[in-house]
Design a protein around this ligand. Structure first.
Ligand SMILES: Nc1ncnc2c1ncn2[C@@H]1O[C@H](COP(=O)(O)OP(=O)(O)OP(=O)(O)O)[C@@H](O)[C@H]1O
Ligand SMILES: [Mg+2]
Length: 333
């Protein structure tokens, strides 16, 4: 037998031993599986009482239909001059919705009458306030494109002093559909304008883009609140936003102005965050709110419980920061 034949024989034997052991392993695990099965079959059957879902549980689920504006309780105080504020930054994830929810709720708790308009197809302000979007019949889309009166869409008293115009995914089509409409930039202005005198503040949570929805917000608003995240590219895109603001101011809304710039997700432990604060304060000067919104886990958890931070974690620093911001907003008139 030559060296090649003996090598072949050796390999053949190796392969045979290997397949034998694979078979053995398979057999063993089968045996184990059968043993497990027998154990399960022989186990004493423990009877457990299944608790039927009580009628009360069920009624709680079905008995909370979304209220309408007609059910709204009368407001207890004189409403000041309505201020329409767009919370705006085309950059995504900078804290627009978090600010829209928590600032609006804080103002409501301080006795102001507030309406929050969710103008983002993501509907984060709606779900963050505990609204089940699948249960909504009409949303802000229908106000903009189907001539549904805004009063018919308002969900009253989602929190103390706070009403909501919700958004659903239908709104995603609005950017495209508005293009073909007459007076397409004025749709929101006409709708929220009809509510002047009924609220102290109307807040608009804008989507992260400079499309027609955002232009509608720029035309409808008296003031802009610009959240800026304390991170490396903080000011990226801000010039573009200010550019859009100037164009709308020149042609469609001459009294439009900046209400304030808000620094969000501030982590005082990092040098970077402190540098960003200095940079933004140098750029915008006094328009920057003194209040810094800290980065806290509680603020990111609250929306999944459908609650503003003042309810979810009332004694935490997140709640305190939005209460401080609300005080600053009131003091700015
Ligand atoms: N101060 C904060 N501390 C910790 N997490 C925060 C804070 N503010 C916002 N977040 C979280 O950061 C994410 C983005 O925030 P948010 O949704 O408010 O931003 P946005 O500007 O509305 O985003 P988009 O542009 O997508 O609408 C969310 O997961 C939110 O929970
Ligand atoms: Mg948002």
């Amino acid at each position: 037998m030559g060296w090649f034949d003996s090598l072949k024989k050796e390999r053949h034997q190796e392969v045979e031993t290997l397949s034998q052991s694979v078979e053995e392993i398979a057999e063993e695990s089968n045996e184990e599986a059968y043993e497990d099965l027998e154990e399960v079959e022989n186990a004493a059957v423990v009877e457990r009482e299944v608790q039927p879902k009580s009628a009360r549980d069920y009624s709680e689920v079905v008995s909370t239909p979304i209220k309408s504006y007609k059910d709204k309780k009368p407001v207890q105080h004189v409403i000041g001059q309505t201020k329409i504020v767009a919370i705006i930054n085309q950059k995504g994830g900078v804290g627009k919705s978090t600010t829209a929810i928590n600032l609006s709720a804080a103002l409501g708790e301080m006795g102001k009458q507030v309406l929050l308009v969710d103008l983002d197809p993501q509907g984060n302000s709606s779900s963050g306030l505990g609204i089940d979007k699948s249960a909504i019949q009409n949303c802000v889309y229908d106000v903009l494109l189907n001539d549904v009166p805004i009063q018919d869409v308002i969900i009253p008293d989602v929190c103390e002093g706070l009403d909501l115009v919700p958004a659903t995914i239908n709104l995603a089509g609005a950017e495209v559909e508005l293009v073909a409409e007459m007076a397409r930039e004025n749709r929101l202005k006409d709708a929220v304008g009809s509510l002047r005198g009924k609220y102290d503040y109307i807040m608009i949570d804008c989507p992260p883009s400079l499309g027609l929805l955002t232009v509608n917000a720029l035309v409808a608003a008296d003031k802009l609140l610009i959240p800026i995240q304390c991170e490396f590219y903080a000011l990226e895109g801000v010039t573009k936003l200010l550019d859009s603001m100037k164009r709308v101011k020149n042609r469609l809304n001459p009294t439009l102005d900046i209400y304030g710039v808000l620094l969000t997700m501030y982590d005082g432990r990092t040098v970077l965050a402190r540098q960003v604060v200095d940079e933004v304060r140098n750029y915008f000067g006094k328009t920057v709110f003194n209040t810094l919104i800290p980065r806290t886990v509680k603020l990111s958890e609250a929306p999944s419980f459908g609650q503003p931070i003042t309810q979810y974690d009332p004694s935490g620093k997140g709640a305190q920061s939005y209460i401080d911001l609300a005080k600053e907003v009131i003091s700015r008139g």
